[in-house]
Design a protein around this ligand. Structure first.
Ligand code: ADP
Ligand code: GN1
Ligand code: MG
Length: 367
């Protein structure tokens, strides 16, 4: 059993039946601590996902969990079956989280069995299915009631603010690393003028605020092992008001390159056009009808912008001493930043083809 927390006492505070058999670290997330928990329930082994919320990053876990409770409740009312949304296990006191003696916040979900979350997509069909699931997620949440969801991380996708954060990190140069990364800094700063494009379009009312997931990394959707369908969107911490582009952009970032996010060999990193096409078609098959023309036309741009933005965040974290994203090796955040920038180059070089495809897809949606 993993040791860093008093799991027996934490698990007792949830409405879980039977006896815990094992607790093991699980998944490849960069933010929370995730564990797979096995319970023995009268001879049957049943798995759950237990997560410690990273409260250095999510400063208001109570309102964050209230967002998740509302979102999953809304999804449940629309879903065909219980594998299509996350199910929170209630705590003994009726809340949807537990606080341990050290003040850590934990939540527990039913484990979605017989489904896989992929760090790298193997086929463009998977890209289509994953994007379709994220598109459906956005469409399903469009009519959630009960007021605006809480912004769990303010300015999460405010790209100009992310660039300002980089500039502050450069000024402070806390770890004396700026001298190593002149080319990467230049890469970002030379694109500064495009960073406010989406926010400006929102300010001028060309694109509307929607409820978005905001972390649509492709490993945040579970693909059914038997049918290959994208069944359930997970990792709901950042579900909050946003732009449709934030979701589509992050799908392009994570669903088009054949190499992992932290690949060091830059020759292996590029946007596979067939995956871009699959993402666009999959996403539009569910969300396309509600998007306006201006939103649709900026989807190719969103891929480049969000990839640049996340690369900027990796670079900033490298300069600040790797304090935000979990790292597993020296220079990990810098490797990630470099790979993102390489992908931006590849996306930018395919802009015309993406726009041609978009015009075709736009016509198909309108039919
Ligand atoms: P992080 O915010 O750290 O990325 P996630 O919520 O994405 O954490 O969880 C990490 C990994 O755990 C996911 O990529 C997925 O593989 C797995 N996971 C999360 N929730 C479930 C679930 N309910 N059922 C099965 N696997 C899950
Ligand atoms: C983090 O939680 P995870 O690993 O799905 C991050 C995303 C980044 C991503 C980069 C709350 O996502 O914004 O795009 O890493 N989540 C948060 O891989 O910062
Ligand atoms: Mg995740």
């Amino acid at each position: 059993m993993a040791k860093q927390f008093d799991f027996n006492s934490i698990l007792q505070k949830f409405q879980l039946y039977g006896n815990p058999v094992s607790v093991e670290p699980y998944g490849n997330g960069h933010i929370n601590d995730t564990f797979a928990v096995v319970f023995d329930q009268c001879g049957t082994r049943v798995r759950y996902i237990l997560q410690r919320i990273n409260t250095n990053i999510f400063r208001d876990p109570v309102n964050l969990m209230e967002n998740i409770r509302r979102v999953t409740g809304h999804q449940a009312a629309k879903a065909a079956n219980a594998r299509e949304y996350l199910t929170l296990v209630p705590a003994q006191d009726g809340k949807c989280y537990v606080i341990d003696d050290a003040g850590n916040y934990f939540r527990c979900y039913l484990f979605i069995e017989n489904a896989t979350s992929f760090d790298i997509l193997e086929t463009s069909q998977q890209a289509y299915e994953a994007a379709r699931a994220f598109g459906r997620f956005q469409a399903d949440l469009a009519d959630i009631t009960g007021g605006r969801l809480v912004e769990t991380i303010p300015d999460f996708h405010n790209t100009p603010v992310r660039v300002q954060n980089l500039e502050n990190a450069i000024r402070l140069d806390k770890c004396n690393r700026v001298k190593e990364v002149a080319a990467e800094i230049d890469f970002v700063l030379s694109r500064k003028d495009i960073c406010s494009k989406l926010i400006d379009l929102q300010k001028s009312n060309c694109i509307p605020e929607r409820i978005t997931h905001n972390d649509t990394k492709l490993n945040n959707v579970m693909i059914d092992d038997a049918t290959g369908k994208g069944i359930c969107v997970i990792d709901l911490d950042t579900v909050m008001p946003g732009l449709a582009h934030y979701d589509f952009g992050d799908m392009v970032r994570t669903g088009t390159s054949p190499a992992p996010e932290d690949e060091r060999d830059l020759n292996k990193i590029f946007m596979r056009f067939e995956n871009f096409e699959a993402l666009l078609r999959g996403y539009c098959s569910e969300a396309g009808k509600v998007l306006n023309d201006c939103e649709l036309e900026n989807m190719p741009f969103a891929g480049a912008l969000i990839t640049l933005e996340i690369g900027t965040r990796f670079l900033t974290d490298y300069l600040e001493g790797d304090v935000y994203f979990k790292t597993r090796r020296e220079g990990h955040n810098l490797d990630r930043a470099r790979s993102q920038f390489q992908l931006v180059r590849s996306i930018e070089s395919q802009y015309n083809e993406m726009m041609n495809l978009l015009n075709q897809v736009k016509k198909e949606i309108k039919k």
